[in-house]
Unconditional design. Structure first.
Length: 736
């Protein structure tokens, strides 16, 4: 299921519970956002005017075809049908009415009268609920009943509600023509333009009869007068003039439901006089030049003239900016807050928000993205967690930080872990709904935080899902569940639908990219961006290359990060039990917090290492350089389980950036990025081998210097000040 389908499925699910005024308000905001992004291809899409091969013109030498169609969505619309008929008859026009079979009680008397007066009746689905084309199963269940109504109504045409359609499925309907497409219309839920202002033939598989497709080519009345709140028909006139110029088919879609024939106009109505003005314009300006035909007549003409022998020609559609006269009133309907000019030499600043279920001060990845965008002039908000006495709102290096919720760092139970995440999802969704953004860059864990961006996405924002960790594997490692468990499978499903919802996916290492491409995302939709070191920060300025700067009497190994099971800190502690016997002055400094801290402290006590293994607490990212100054070696003792074995540790680059040699667990992801020339490997979960590596490096200054020298060369190629342009390009491409 595509992203628009997920959003539209959600909308149709909640629509019955929404007051009509709320529905209209939401749709207006969405329409305005889409207008901003699609003014280059709507209401005219250049390239769609190219006539099909073999085209000889309309009957009787007419300049263009005029086809009037009406979708009758509810009982209110059915009650207005005869008002529309009288208006059209008074001016000599005829049209077709497409009725919804089971949403309201379709009047047999109305159908009979329409037919008797020379109008046409078509079929418009069963319920107008947006579900018919959601799955082949639903389509197959409903198609026999639709065919039954086609037979009973003596109808030969169909239009899918909301233009949801799969043209190859429609062959199952007993029709001569379909009306479910358009030349260009970005306001429809599935904006898949036909790219032509002419009919075209849909060939049936296996030698079937096929059908003629008639795209509507004039903007819908609902779009113009209810969503965009236009006060005149200038857009209709300009589009009609363009169609006439190229000899195409002017097919109008007008809803009786939204026409007001007298009295006060409701929020979802417009004056019927607008439609009357269109008909008068056609008659006065193009009298004798148009062929006013019913849809069935156009379809039969298309086949009889031999045009059914060829399917639609692939037309090279271009998107050319419309001149101001082609879209009068555009300035009046520009969304609030959208700039009308750009600063010299660059795009207008982007409005970006980053929801991240993390502590901003502790997450280098989020900070780098946010501050990089702010540094180039974008307006960046971050929604994050709050800890200690930091303020609820703060501006750091140009980034607005909104800390909306507190969270314990030591959650061990499944429920205590999940509930704050759900609370953050709701709170961040509320905050996002109240502002207008161009881009929402969502940071996972969890993946489903991406759905906090639902309202901005409906209003036109693009959404990036940044997967820091694979959630199913992370959950399995944290709570000791297997890949066959219900929870693991549910998280894989959430991963997949979260990726579908997003416009692009950033993945934090190449091994995880391979995993996700195999199970959840197409290759074209994802990019890999490592947590590159920011060499502009103080802690990333290389120091002396001896790996031990300020304290010559001690050998200090450090670990800064979270105290999680997969990080393997118990392995490091057991290794230090052996190291202490060889190096009496050696110490292991652990910086950070996490759920494993109580058990780690207990292990230190059990081994009698209270003076050797020191818990230093949390240190902010911008102060970590002070810790690095005291380090002889950095250790990353991860386990090689399905999560830890493929989780890239950002600490490795940080150690390297500061000129600290690294002892690293030989996991699959670390072997992918490093070799023995830049790190000292040891076998995962082998505390004796880790102890030997520590002792060996302590006595081998040449080895330490070699590792530092080579790692500094490596860092030159992966610095954030170089790699950030990949991120800039991704953002700009998404928002182009």
């Amino acid at each position: 299921m595509a992203v628009p389908s997920i959003v539209n499925h959600f909308y149709y699910t909640i629509r019955p519970a929404l007051p009509r005024r709320v529905q209209i308000a939401l749709r207006r905001k969405v329409a305005l956002a889409k207008l901003k992004k699609n003014s280059f291809s709507w209401p005219i899409c250049h390239g769609s005017e190219v006539a099909p091969p073999g085209w000889k013109g309309w009957p009787e030498g007419k300049k263009f075809a005029l086809v009037l169609t009406h979708d009758v969505e509810n009982m209110r619309g059915q009650e207005k049908c005869l008002d529309v008929v009288k208006l059209e008859e008074s001016m000599g026009f005829r049209s077709s009415f497409n009725l919804v079979a089971e949403r309201y009680r379709v009047s047999a008397a109305l159908r009979a009268e329409l037919t008797a007066r020379g109008f046409e009746v078509g079929q418009h689905g069963l319920y107008h609920d947006g579900k018919k084309f959601r799955s082949r199963k639903i389509f197959d269940e409903r198609s026999p009943r639709i065919n039954q109504y086609l037979r009973e109504w003596n109808a030969v045409g169909f239009r899918s509600p909301s233009m949801y359609c799969k043209l190859d499925w429609i062959h199952d309907l007993n029709i001569e023509y379909d009306l479910s497409t358009f030349d260009t219309d970005p306001f429809e839920p599935e904006a898949k333009p036909a790219g032509t202002i002419f009919p075209f033939f849909i060939t049936a598989p296996s030698g079937g009869k096929g059908y003629v497709e008639l795209p509507y080519t004039l903007p819908q009345d609902m779009t113009l007068f209810v969503m965009l709140q236009q006060k005149n028909i200038d857009i209709w006139k300009n589009k009609l003039d363009w169609i006439v110029k190229h000899g195409g088919m002017a097919l109008a879609l007008v809803h009786p439901d939204y026409m007001c024939f007298g009295g006060k106009t409701a929020p979802d109505e417009y004056p019927a006089s607008h439609y009357k003005d269109l008909l008068e314009y056609v008659e006065s300006r193009y009298k004798g030049m148009y062929w006013n035909a019913l849809p069935r007549d156009v379809a039969r003409f298309w086949l009889s003239s031999g045009m059914g022998l060829a399917t639609r020609t692939k037309v090279p559609v271009t998107t050319v900016k419309m001149p101001a006269h082609a879209f009068p009133g555009a300035a009046q309907i520009r969304p609030a807050g959208v700039r009308t000019t750009k600063p010299p030499g660059r795009e207008a600043p982007r409005r970006v928000c980053m929801p991240a279920y993390t502590f901003y001060e502790m997450d280098n990845r989020v900070k780098r993205y946010a501050e990089a965008l702010a540094a180039r002039g974008d307006l960046v908000d971050v929604i994050a967690l709050r800890w200690g006495d930091v303020p609820a709102h703060e501006v750091i290096n140009g980034v607005n930080i909104y800390r909306i919720q507190r969270r314990s760092k030591n959650q061990r139970g499944k429920v205590s872990y999940l509930l704050p995440i759900l609370k953050f999802l709701v709170n961040s969704a509320i905050l996002l709904a109240g502002k207008q953004y161009d881009l929402i860059h969502v940071h996972s864990v969890p993946d489903f935080e991406v759905f906090a961006a639902l309202v901005p996405k409906l209003f036109g924002a693009r959404v990036i899902l940044d997967i820091h960790d694979l959630v199913p594997e992370f959950y399995a490692a944290k709570f000791s569940v297997g890949p066959t468990s219900v929870a693991f499978k549910a998280l894989m499903f959430l991963e997949k639908v979260s990726i579908m919802f997003s416009d692009h996916v950033i993945i934090s290492n190449h091994l995880w990219e391979k995993t996700l491409v195999n199970r959840s995302t197409p290759q074209w939709k994802c990019s890999t961006i490592l947590n590159y070191p920011d060499t502009q920060m103080p802690f990333c300025q290389p120091q002396q290359m001896n790996g031990n700067n300020n304290n010559k009497n001690k050998f200090i190994a450090i670990y800064p990060g979270s105290f999680q099971w997969h990080q393997g800190l118990d392995i490091a502690i057991r290794a230090f039990d052996l190291v202490a016997k060889e190096l009496p002055g050696a110490e292991l400094h652990l910086y950070g917090e996490g759920p494993e801290e109580p058990s780690l402290r207990a292990l230190v006590s059990e081994l009698g290492l209270e003076g050797k293994v020191l818990f230093k607490g949390y240190v902010p990212l911008d102060s970590i350089w002070q810790v690095m100054q005291c380090a002889s070696v950095g250790i990353v003792p991860k386990r090689n389980d399905p999560f830890g074995g493929q989780a890239f540790s950002t600490k490795v680059f940080e150690f390297m950036s500061f000129g600290v040699p690294v002892i690293l667990s030989k996991t699959s992801v670390d072997q992918f990025y490093f070799d023995d020339s830049v790190v000292q490997f040891f076998e995962p979960e082998n505390f004796e081998e880790l102890a030997n590596a520590l002792v060996s490096l302590a006595f081998d200054e040449n080895k330490r210097q070699m590792l530092v020298k080579n790692s500094l060369k490596l860092i030159e190629d992966v610095r954030w000040d170089k790699k950030k342009y990949d991120y800039y390009n991704l953002v700009d491409k998404l928002l182009a």
